[in-house]
Design a protein around this ligand. Sequence first.
Ligand code: DQA
Length: 144
Amino acid sequence: MTRVLLLNGPNLGRLGVREPEVYGSLSFADLVTSGAQWGSELGLEVEVRQSDDEAELVHWLHEAVDTRSDVVINPAAFTHYSYALRDAAAQVTKGGLRLIEVHISNPYAREEFRHLSVIGPVATGTIAGFGFDSYRLALLALAG
Ligand code: DQA
């Protein structure tokens, strides 16, 4: 069975409380539940994690390479400036695994600093702007 690490960056543990007008009213706990449910519907083994810590996210991307897991990642604010995360993401895709960058909102419709993704160029693909459905669509792409 395809194993997928569904990783979330800083402040995404605050979903439901943080700017609900942008990110919606569902919580991170809801994402954990949905991720497991979507995984079982699609025949994927999905593990949902969140960290505010760049180093921990980098280590989880190394783990994806070592365990041959595909990745769905919402790098949150790290999207826009973390070369460490980009270098780790590149190891995933250059290692023959798939990595899909996901955003709940559409960063291109927001402030200018959000228009740049340093992860996008090394990702397999990007899905943004569909709320929690962005994650489901990414899993659908991996299952297909
Ligand atoms: C986000 C968009 C980022 O610009 C922001 O820093 C986030 C969340 C999204 O899911 O829409 O934290 O990645």
